[in-house]
Every structure is written in structure tokens, then in C-alpha cells.
Design a protein around this ligand. Sequence first.
Ligand code: TNX
Length: 527
Amino acid sequence: SLWALLLAGTLALGACKKTAPLSESAIIPLPQEITDGGGTFTLTAESGIKLVGSGDQLTKIGEYLAGKLRPATGYEIPVSFDGGQIVLELTGNDKAEAYELEVSDSGVKITSSGEAGLFYGVQTLLQLFPQEIANSTTQTANWEIPGGTIKDAPTFEYRGSMLDVARHFISVDDVKYYIDQMAIYKLNYLHLHLTDDQGWRIEIKSWPKLTEIGGSTEVGGGEGGFYTQEQYKDIVAYAADRFITIVPEIDMPGHTNSALASYAELNPGVNLPDGNLDSVNKAPLDYEMPLKNPQASELYTGIEVGWSTFAPKLELTYAFVDSVVREISEITPGPYFHIGGDESHVTEKDDYVYFVERVQDIVSKYNKTSIGWDEIATAKLLPGNVAQFWALEENAKLAKEQGNKVLMSPSKKAYLDMQYDSTSRIGLHWAAYVELDSAYLWDPAEYTEGITAENILGVEAPLWTETVTNKADIDYLVFPRLSAIAEVAWTKKERRSWESFSKRISSHGKRWDIQGVGFYKSPKVNW
Ligand code: TNX
């Protein structure tokens, strides 16, 4: 009778753990359309993944899914074109991000006309399994998922995040970790802020001192670091396998002290060896170059902004920018090159405009589209170029008036380096304190007056790293806010609610705990 009691108890417990309907699953970002169906699908030791269609990445997507299912289940999960209950069907060969997912007693089917869409279907599927699936060692669990259909597609085409690897250098491994996390939330652009006053983080073969000198320190005086071009290519490829495009940023003409410290001749007021200024100073604006000995600036490890500038009237500046843009463009398959342009407080206004226009031309010569912080909209933008809104609404409007799109990164909502509240152990608060609900409760198309969906390329959440020195710091500031921003970018406004999000995010917290992601346990959520 003791056994009967135990058995009854176990059955009762099992019944309590009944799989919730598909429409109540903790999927983030919330899919656009979910229809509950009868039945459930259970993954077993006999389950496999069947690929249908052809495409370079199809097998990789199947292996990615299997790689996520194998450790916790301990199952073999073969991937083949022959058979399997989990079908990944590629119906075309386009760039579609939309997908459909069907779950029934007999199996799972994900369909898309694009590899990216298929990959997103896989992310959704992974979130349907019990949280134990996040373990790296074998668990005993009932690997059951609810039946029904999901039809999904993103609201905005650009869904990004930024890592400032300049203020504090971030290792290749940590960047890859970040890419893995982004992929879970269907984010598709990673913007790398590769240069700033405190550090130059990308090898430029024709200007080697940039990394030798400019890469040698960071905020607080640590040892800094940089990516070789090979390492950068490795990051690009790792991201591409997760349908994430790298956007490299060289911030200029301000935020350039690390370059100015590396090369004396980039500083305004340099006296050439032959004393002949004409050879470098061919810019059409008149420019009184004070004659003095070439002098590089000092390396900088503080966190003030807005005090450095390239010399916009010095022709050598453009030869330099040309080399940098050329070398980076050659190893960047994505369409965008970020030219910075923020907080150039010591650059003369006319010079600033002239500089931004010439740099846009250089970028377009190398077949890239420029993105710049919103200040670049004070210059004449080339068609297709993008202004990244972070502070000034009038700049967003200038971009719109020129027929250019805006990338939405309002600092009061999307800045991952803002403290959650006054007690947060790291972070800044010049824009706002950004609690999780605040990061969630806004809509890109309604945030700035006059800037509507048709003017918006997408959303990006930047992580500035003045106060961020390691992975634990990244985890703490980024999660759970990045998940909130991802949903703001993906899910249409009418479907979003804080009440629903705050429930779903708690289930993601359990997975983060399993995986050792040191997220911020916001008091707004019942974790
Ligand atoms: C402003 S946002 C900056 C960065 C700082 C950030 C800190 C922007 C375009 N410029 O240089 O790191 O504030 O929150």
C-alpha cells in the first residue's frame, strides 16, 4: 500500500506538471500568431531531425538544433535527409525571416522559404521544451511540447545590439557568448564599437601602430587588446552561422584619441619633415595649420567624452580613413559600415559636416551603407544611409526629411549600460534609470514624434562599457533587458503586454540559472 501511495503521488505530480497550451508557452519574442492544437509531441530516444530542401546552411541549422537537444536528453538525435519526426523544410532560397511551426502527436514541422526563418523556427521550438533542456548534462525529464501552430515574422528588419569593445576590451570568446545569447532572441545585427578615445581594437595592416599603441590600454589603465583581422573574420563567420550580421564601427571625427595617440601626423598642426604643407593639406576649406613639431596625443584611460577630434581639413585624414574603411570592408560581408559621428564637441560645425560627407563617400566607394549616430543627419546624407537615434529628436527628424531611415536606440529605453535603479552595482544613469518594465514599455514607431514605422529601420540596444569589465558585468546589465528589447523589435505592438512578458521572462530566468548567466533579478518579476 506504501507503493500504491507513492505511485498515486507520482501520478498526481505528473498531472500537475501537465504541459501548458502552446499559446501560454514562454516564448520570447512572442510570436505574431499562435493557435492551440490537440495533442502533444514527445521527444524520445528514437527521435531524429529530417531536412527537406537544399541550402548552404540547412545542414548547419539541423546540427545546431541537434546540438541543443543532445546534452540534456542524452539522445542521439541524428540529422539526415532520410527521416525523423522533427522536419526542417526549406521551401525556397530567399532572405525570409518568417516561418511556420506545427506541433502534433506525430511530430514537429518547421517551414520557411529562407534559412534565417528556419533558424528562428528552431529558436522557437527550443523554447517550447521544458527548461531542463538548457542543461549541459543528461537530465530525466518528460520532453513534451504542446501541439498547435505558430505563424511568425519580425516587425522590424534590423534587430540589433552593440558591444563597446573599446572602453573595455571584450575577448573573442565573450563576443561569441554574446552572439549565442542574441541568437536565442532572434536578433540579427551585432554592432561592434571598435574604436574610441581609450582604445583601437581592430588590426589595420597599413597603419599598424593603431593597435600596437592605440590598442594597448583601456578605461582604468588595464592592458586593453585588439582583434587581428583573422579573429575578426572568425567572429563574422560565427555570427553568420547564427544569422547575425556584424556592423563594424570606426567612431569619428570625435572619439578618436586612440588613433591620435598612435600617429602624430593625424593631429592637426603638424609640421611636415620637408615643411611643405601642400602635400597633405589639399582640402578645399581654408585652414591655418599652426606649425609645430609632430606630436601624438597621450593615451587616455578616463571616461570623459567629446574632447578629441580628427583634423577635417587635413588631407591625410581622408587617406587614413580610406585605408581603414577599405581594410575593414574587405573582411565585412554585411552591408553596413558605422562611421560614428557622435559627440564631436571640439570639431567645428562646418568641418564636422564636411568630414561626415567625405567619409560617407569613402564608405560608399567600398560598397557599404553608412550608419552613424544621429548627429550625422546634420550633414547631407547619401541615399540609403541610416541615422541611429540615441539622443536628439531634431536629428531624427533631419534624417527623415532627407528621406533616410532611423535606427532606434533611445538612451532612456534601449541603453543597456544604464543602471536599473540607484542601487545597481555598475552602470551609468545620465539618460535614465532603466528598470526592466521601462525597457519593455515603449514602441519604436511611437517614441519620437513624427518618426513612424516607415521611417524606421529597426531597433538596437547598445552596451557601453565604461563600467563593464568582465562577463559577469555583461550578464548583469544585459539580461533580462536585451530580451525585452528583442520583443519590442520583433513583436507587433498590439500583441505585447508587460503582464504577459513578465510571466514569460521568469521562465527564461530559470534557463539562465541553469546556464550560469548572472542576470539581474528585477524586483518587477516573480522569478
Ligand atoms: C554617450 S551614446 C556616448 C558614448 C558613451 C555613452 C555612455 C553615444 C553615441 N555616445 O560615448 O559611452 O554615452 O552611456
